[in-house]
Ligand binder design. Structure first.
Ligand SMILES: *Cc1c(COP(=O)(O)O)cnc(C)c1O
Length: 441
């Protein structure tokens, strides 16, 4: 693959550099303080797995815009598709008149999501919007109100999805009251609960029955690999048991694949790892190479439950975003990114797993494909260690490696590189990360 920016980290000033400092001053003056950024440098350009700042520093991008630019930033096929589509019309608005790219993308998505049954799709802009609509569709289909969500869940920042998201700071604090009829239950967190998948699912099912009554539940909404909550892979058997419980009780099972979907875990959708066929899937982030687009895809009879015009939005399925998504999906197919995600997993786990048991602050290395994480603890136990996470992230940043954190306890570093990251760049970055971990452990 050809890149516009050399795929190499390169720190040439202190971080932030002089031009970033100037922008920080203007930002403080004009941008709401509520919009926070992890990196203190300001980005001028990005390509592949490299972020270049306004002072010419190059960072290895282990965030990919939070799992968005999985095919690589500014992928040439995506750029071309966006340019061509924009030249033919920047917006049509689907509730005004139909257009082919909407149908093309819906057709494609129904083929990619798990399950050999008739499916349909609807397109939106953001992950939260997809979740809101999945809940609307499930409620209309079932005629029920209650929505089941889980500890450590992240589903977005709108009013309904804030209610569905678990973590108070920074997502909910002072922003209530929240939407009603959202109920939270324990999920499966093998490192911390020690339960098998069956045990964890039985605990959840019993709690649902006793606290809401299964017959009142419209939807069970879960991330098949919890993202923001800590990159938690549920114990084997947990998700299939939950799907069975849902289907035994007429509940719509919604897999929130906004972060874990689209080849990120080495399959089109993470649900495939657990062999489940969700009734509805929400997709966003990695779907369109960086253009704002999301989708709800699922069983045709459920997707058809709302009345015509009941679902939509001004920008839903914008033609430029659709073209980007079709080009992104073609890139995933043609360039073997799912396999690349598995190669990344092998390399990262090979490098980091030896730290478990030898470096006392490294509790667990986990994840699937290129959705990987390190959970940090206080030496000698499992008490969450958020302090070292801050130190490692700051140290790596100084060396030109941009890392993101996550976890309910703020004690997890997540690795979400673009799937096109080169082997040399990955090896080099892992050395930086390991050195930083050892330095502060
Ligand atoms: C990011 C995310 C969302 C919200 O997506 P937005 O596009 O930020 O609204 C929802 N669910 C999961 C699992 C996510 O990771």
């Amino acid at each position: 693959m050809e890149f516009r920016l050399e795929q190499k980290r390169n720190v040439v000033t202190e971080i932030p550099g002089p031009k970033s400092k100037e922008l920080a001053e203007r930002r403080a003056k004009y941008v709401s303080n509520s919009v926070g950024s992890g990196l203190s440098a300001f980005i001028e350009s990005a390509d592949g797995a490299i972020l270049r700042d306004v002072d010419g520093n190059q960072f290895v991008d282990f965030g990919a815009g939070i799992g968005v630019t999985s095919v690589g930033n500014a992928h040439p096929k995506v750029v071309k598709a966006v340019q061509d589509a924009a030249a033919k019309g920047t917006h049509f608005q689907v509730n005004v008149a139909g257009y082919e790219s909407y149908i093309d993308l819906a057709e494609k998505l129904t083929q990619l999501t798990p399950g050999d049954f008739d499916k349909k799709a609807a397109l939106f802009n953001s992950g939260a919007e997809a979740l809101e609509n999945a809940v609307k569709i499930a409620r209309k289909y079932t005629g029920r109100d209650a929505v089941v969500v889980f500890d450590h869940a992240f589903h977005g920042r709108t009013n309904l999805t804030m209610a569905m998201t678990a973590k108070n700071m920074p997502y909910k604090d002072g922003f209530g009251p929240f939407a009603p009829e959202v109920y939270r239950f324990p999920a499966s967190y093998p490192y911390r609960d020690g339960l098998t998948g069956e045990e964890a699912a039985a605990r959840t099912a019993l709690a649902i029955e006793k606290q809401i009554g299964a017959k009142n539940v419209a939807a069970i909404v879960i991330e098949p690999l919890q993202g923001e909550g800590g990159f938690i892979v549920p114990a084997e058997g947990f998700l299939p048991a939950l799907v069975k419980f849902a289907h035994d009780n007429g509940i719509v099972f919604v897999a929130d694949e906004v972060q874990a979907g689209m080849c990120r875990t080495g399959k089109w959708f993470c649900s495939e790892w657990d062999g489940i066929e969700p009734d509805l899937v929400t997709s966003a982030k990695g779907i369109a190479g960086g253009m704002p687009l999301s989708a709800v895809i699922g069983r045709a009879e459920i997707m058809d439950a709302p009345h015509a015009g009941g679902i939509g939005g001004t920008y839903s399925g914008n033609p430029v975003a659709n073209a980007a998504a079709l080009a992104t999906i073609a890139a995933y197919e043609e360039e073997g990114h799912a396999q690349k995600a598995l190669d990344i997993e092998a390399k990262v786990k090979g490098a980091l797993e030896p730290l478990v048991g030898t470096v006392p602050t490294v509790g667990e290395v986990r994840g699937r494909g290129a959705m990987l994480a390190i959970e940090f603890v206080k030496a000698g136990g499992k008490e969450p260690n958020a302090e070292i996470v801050g130190q490692v992230v700051a140290e790596a940043q100084k060396q030109g490696v941009m890392l993101l954190t996550c976890g309910t306890y703020g004690n997890v570093i997540r690795l979400l590189p673009p799937l096109i990251i080169t082997d040399e760049l990955l090896d080099d970055s892992l050395e930086v990360i390991i050195e930083a971990i050892k330095k502060f452990s």
